[in-house]
Design a protein around this ligand. Structure first.
Ligand SMILES: NC(=O)c1ccc[n+]([C@@H]2O[C@H](COP(=O)([O-])OP(=O)(O)OC[C@H]3O[C@@H](n4cnc5c(N)ncnc54)[C@H](OP(=O)(O)O)[C@@H]3O)[C@@H](O)[C@H]2O)c1
Length: 364
């Protein structure tokens, strides 16, 4: 409670319905680094992205599903989905300049512009895709990054990008050169905070020495590729947050996604060897166990998978993507799951580690 001019206590105006994170930020400055705030639909957990980053919802919204990569979606439905997420208190949206050739950024830009301040959009530069099903090219050259940033600013209809990730897989360019130019864009006010994606532990250290890195984005889920222990130790030591990409294993962990023949043409999972019928089948017993563990907690498998990520620490922020408002609600409800420590530990060892040479395709 705060004291008003009349001396009467009045509630702190935490209007998370419209994602007014600046007010939530006030609360965090005065109190702890994380907290749960009740909104119209239950509790939304908020967390700080790194020690000096913005306060954001502890579960963000990924946007790959809005490209049609996992099944067709029209603009009206995509717009409705983004607005539903903002209504539900999501203040962290994760995207990339090359998603649907910039179209997803434009959709996000339009939806967020209507809300005013308080929503942090994370987007990515240094990678481009040649055509909807074309090859992917990493390009960390300073001039290219500046052009990527300017294009994202235009599409997002903002003067400043909340978090800009450098895709650091361009072997031609030392990460220092890329980060140097990005730090100039921070100084110019075009970027709020810097992130990295696709980086090794060494690259994270080298980048952080040039300019503070607020977050890294890595594939992180119960199933499939997980960040290495050395990378996790590095980011913990440097106070860098971890944005968990593909937190639902591209849908596998929900138990609702079958193997490869089930996908329509253009589905990005067609190129993912983990969805080969044999490999998918090999994980079926573990998936059944996951579903049984979830049923015991009276939640779905996907929600349990997200709550396991949340239990890794307050610096871990999953960004599941979906086209479906009901799935959105289910995913956000992961914040409310109290995961017993023994269940968390049992989940950690549930799926076998991805064998070397059989890793998933590059993170896109
Ligand atoms: N920085 C990077 O390098 C990088 C790389 C990859 C991804 N990312 C980010 O990570 C985000 C998430 O990854 P992702 O989209 O690849 O995979 P994901 O979030 O693990 O899975 C998305 C799939 O799960 C389904 N799904 C979501 N919620 C569900 C629910 N409650 N029940 C049943 N199905 C559900 C979606 O289908 P429906 O539409 O039917 O719900 C969609 O097919 C991306 O959108 C992107 O923002 C970042």
């Amino acid at each position: 409670m705060r004291r008003g001019a009349s001396g009467v206590d009045r509630p702190i105006p935490l209007i998370v319905k419209y994602g007014v994170a600046t007010r939530i930020d006030d609360l965090f400055d005065r109190k702890a680094h994380t907290g749960k705030i009740r909104n119209v639909r239950g509790f939304v957990r908020y967390t700080r992205l790194g020690p000096s980053g913005p306060v954001i919802s502890g579960v963000g919204l990924g946007s790959l599903a809005l490209t049609g990569a996992y099944g067709a979606v029209g603009d009206t439905d995509a717009d409705r989905l983004i607005r539903s997420a903002l209504d539900a208190g999501v203040t962290f949206l994760d995207t990339a300049g090359f998603y649907a050739a910039g179209h997803v950024e434009s959709l996000i830009g339009r939806a967020v512009a209507r809300r005013g301040e308080g929503v942090v959009v994370a987007t990515r530069g240094g990678v481009r895709r040649h055509g909807p099903r074309g090859t992917v090219e990493s390009d960390g050259r300073p001039g290219s990054l500046e052009r990527d940033c300017d294009a994202s600013l235009r599409r997002l209809r903002t003067g400043r990008i909340g978090l800009f990730y450098l895709d650091c897989q361009d072997e031609r360019v030392p990460v220092e050169s890329s980060v140097e130019r990005l730090s100039e864009l921070v100084a110019a006010g075009k970027i709020g905070h810097l992130g990295l994606t696709g980086g090794t532990s060494q690259q994270v250290r080298r980048a952080h020495a040039v300019h503070p890195i607020t977050a890294i984005a890595v594939e992180f889920s119960l199933w499939g590729r997980r960040p290495s222990a050395v990378l996790l130790d590095t980011v913990r030591e440097l106070g860098i947050a971890v944005v968990a990409a593909r937190p639902l294993g591209r849908g596998f962990l929900t138990g609702r996604v079958g193997p490869r023949p089930a996908f329509g043409p253009g589905d990005w999972r067609l190129a993912d060897p983990r969805f080969d019928p044999e490999r998918h089948e090999a994980c079926a017993p573990q998936l059944k166990t996951l579903e049984a563990m979830a049923a015991r907690l009276d939640v779905g498998a996907g929600r349990l998978a997200l709550s396991w990520l949340l239990a890794q620490g307050e610096h871990v922020v999953p960004v599941p993507s979906t086209r479906d408002p009901v799935h959105l609600e289910m995913n956000l409800a992961a914040s409310s799951v109290e995961l017993p420590a023994d269940t968390r530990d049992a989940l950690s060892g549930l799926f076998p580690a991805c064998p070397p040479g059989q890793s998933s395709p590059p993170l896109l």
